[in-house]
Write a protein that binds this ligand. Structure first.
Ligand SMILES: [Zn+2]
Length: 700
């Protein structure tokens, strides 16, 4: 029955402007306030409903009715969804991802507009059978199911069921290798699935060469929704013959850590067994679990990441997300992460019907800030494009049928599955941009220019309402007393600071600062009893947060070391001790004595640079007009974004656990590397060499 259009339309921004000129309605047409052209597209655990918008609609109600094969209702019609204008960026093609039902069941859907509180006529119904849980029940591997799936979301997958399930995937799929990253405090394995096509690369370094992506599924033990999605996705990646999947896995390696906090998951607690919130520990790495993850980042070098959570704000969107905001994160990493969230996820969410939005969202409170202890920020400070993902815990006003626990759990998990699959598509499509952002970020960080802040976030710009981005998190500017305008060249730690026993780990066991710096992968130079951590390296934004006296959650109070060589200097230079050059021009040959170290930024050296038996050589954003010959170095070598006009030779450097770095550098002459242990690498940033590259540097 046609209803009268209400005279008061008021606040909606969707009002049509030509009410007085509407043509008479043909007898066969739908009433103008009735939703038309409703379609239902089936996907993994959800159904995308789409329809023609109704002029003047305030919102829409989505009704779902279970039906049998004859389209006869087997249950009551239920309002399962409310579409609101801030749900998506393109409101002229409204969509809603209906989820929570048991996948494989058959339903009838109708949608109606509301103008104000007035309900308009329902659309014609559409009926469809939803997509069954992924994997042919008769095909080995595909037919694996998690405990969560077999119990219809009544139970979460237990620790032992997870181990059995992932081991079965490992056994049945050539694409998957399960590696143990470490153990929890209570000795549960922390497993990671390494997934590639046709097989995953054999070593962490080989994986790193594929620009891998990493998903951390469950850091807060009482937020298990993402973990179930990760386990389902692992099965899809392992066994799917979909060309999209094999294409994805042929171009990168997917790293999935289902349960970093196994003790917290087993006990359904936020923290680990010691009560530590692990997502406040990724920089300090006091805990075994966070240490395992940070070592993984060091060794596998993911270029992009997602970190899965749940969020208790019932007014939020389905999928609050947030980039690394700490102001020490390089701008290209922030920009790329925002592009992933607002460029990709908002756009694809508007197509699939999922409501992505900034973490915080409406009434979200003081969340999403700059603590570098949070993985989102830690990864950003490690030059990883990444996002937080917060599944909205409750159904809230827009999903009124989630008083049913299983419905609520399924909606969350399948929204996470959609997000993680989209994350893989984004990486596939934007890989070159992600790698460019990473290269620019590493070169920017290594140049050690600009202020350091110890807390403080970049703003997340609001979008004009109604828009998914119309309620961003708080501004969070850095306080004046937590800004250091002139960065030091390095931090000097005493041996007691560096190697002294600590008591900030679980059970009083502790690890040393040396262990934690090694887990982060930072370069250190030891001269006598002093240990120097230079800032002209890729994680320059993170180092001061742990070693400067202004650090809010620091490891120790390192001594700031400022450059001693600046400005113009004529004549030969012999370097002894720890020498730092910044913004300097050295007209003459430079010789670094055995046991000494040279650290340069924005510096030009005219003449050969020669070091024999030096402790360390770290050159960034610098020019050497002459040959460079580094031999028998003992601690560390790093050459990033340099220009060398002359032959370059790295030979016989034995730097222990430190891998020499030669990245983003232009060499006008031949490059030779011989007898170095470990072999130099380029951080994934190609060098330009106008001459032959030989021996260990042949592929650099
Ligand atoms: Zn969380």
């Amino acid at each position: 029955m046609r209803r009268q259009r209400p005279t008061l339309i008021a606040v909606s921004t969707l009002i049509a402007v030509t009410l007085t000129t509407a043509a008479p309605t043909p007898a066969t047409a739908a009433p103008p306030d009735q939703v038309t052209a409703l379609t239902a597209h089936q996907a993994d655990g959800y159904t995308t409903l789409a329809w023609q918008p109704v002029d003047g609609a305030t919102d829409y109600q989505i009704e779902r009715t279970p039906v049998d094969a004859d389209d006869t209702p087997t249950g009551q019609p239920t309002i399962v969804g409310i579409w609101r204008p801030n749900r998506q960026i393109n409101q002229q093609t409204p969509t809603f991802a209906d989820a929570g039902y048991h996948p494989g069941d058959t339903f009838q859907w109708r949608v109606r507009a509301r103008t104000g509180t007035t309900e308009q006529p329902y659309s014609d119904p559409v009926t469809a059978t939803t997509t069954a849980p992924w994997g042919n029940p008769d095909t080995p591997g595909e037919n694996l199911r998690t405990q969560w799936e077999t119990t219809h979301a009544a139970q979460y997958t237990s620790d032992t069921d997870e181990y059995a399930y992932t081991a079965a995937i490992d056994t049945l799929s050539d694409r998957v290798r399960v590696v143990e990253l470490g153990r929890t405090v209570q000795n549960r394995p922390i497993n990671m699935l390494v997934i590639g096509h046709p097989t995953p690369p054999a070593t962490p370094a080989a994986v790193a060469a594929t620009a891998p992506v990493a998903i951390n599924c469950n850091v807060h033990g009482n937020e298990p929704g993402d973990r179930e999605a990760c386990l389902i996705m692992a099965r899809q990646l392992a066994f799917s013959t979909d060309p999209r999947i094999t294409d994805l896995l042929s171009h990168t390696t997917v790293l999935i850590v289902p349960t970093i906090n196994g003790d917290g998951r087993a006990n359904n607690t936020r923290g680990n067994s010691t009560g530590q919130d692990l997502n406040r520990d990724y920089s300090l790495i006091r805990q075994t679990e966070t240490t395992a993850y940070i070592r993984m980042v060091r060794d596998y070098r993911p270029v992009a990441g997602y970190d899965g959570h749940e969020f208790g704000n019932s007014r939020a969107g389905d999928l609050p997300m947030l980039p690394p905001r700490h102001q020490n994160v390089a701008q290209p990493i922030f920009d790329q992460s925002q592009d992933m969230i607002e460029g990709h996820m908002y756009t694809k969410g508007a197509e699939a019907g999922w409501w992505a939005c900034p973490y915080g969202c409406e009434g979200g409170g003081n969340v999403g800030l700059s603590e570098e202890t949070i993985l989102r920020n830690t990864l950003g400070l490690k030059n990883v494009t990444n996002s937080l993902l917060e599944l909205r815990s409750s159904g809230g006003q827009t999903r009124p049928d989630e008083g049913n626990t299983a419905n609520n759990r399924r909606r969350k998990t399948y929204s996470a599955l959609w997000t993680f699959q989209q994350f893989l598509d984004y990486h596939r499509a934007d890989r070159a941009d992600i790698l460019n952002a990473r290269a620019e970020a590493i070169e920017t960080q290594a140049a050690n220019t600009g202020r350091l802040v110890f807390r403080g976030s970049r703003p997340i710009p609001a979008h004009p309402a109604p828009h998914p981005g119309d309620s961003p998190p708080p501004l969070d500017p850095p306080p004046a007393d937590l800004i250091l305008d002139t960065p030091p060249c390095a931090y000097k730690l005493t041996d007691a600071q560096y190697n002294g026993t600590r008591t900030d780990g679980p059970g009083g066991v502790g690890t040393t600062v040396a262990h934690r710096i090694a887990a982060h992968g930072w370069k250190v130079i030891t001269i006598g009893d002093d240990h120097y951590v230079p800032l002209n390296q890729p994680e320059r934004g993170l180092i001061p947060l742990l070693l400067d006296t202004l650090g809010v959650e620091k490891l120790t109070d390192g001594e700031r070391v400022h450059p001693t060589l600046t400005g113009r200097r004529n004549g030969p230079l012999t370097v002894t001790g720890f020498t730092c050059a910044d913004d300097a021009t050295i007209n003459g040959p430079v010789t670094v004595r055995a046991g000494a170290a040279l650290v340069t930024t924005n510096t030009t050296i005219s003449g050969p640079l020669t070091a024999t038996g030096a402790a360390g050589i770290l050159l960034a954003d610098s020019t050497i007009n002459g040959p460079v010959r580094l031999t028998n170095t003992t601690d560390t070598i790093s050459i990033i974004d340099a220009t060398i006009a002359g032959p370059t030779d790295l030979s016989g450097n034995t730097t222990g656990t430190d891998t020499p770095v030669l990245a983003g550098t232009t060499i006008r002459g031949p490059l030779n590397c011989t007898g170095n242990n470990p072999t130099p690498h380029n951080l994934g940033i190609a060098n330009t060499v106008n001459g032959p590259r030989t021996n260990q540097c042949a592929a650099l």
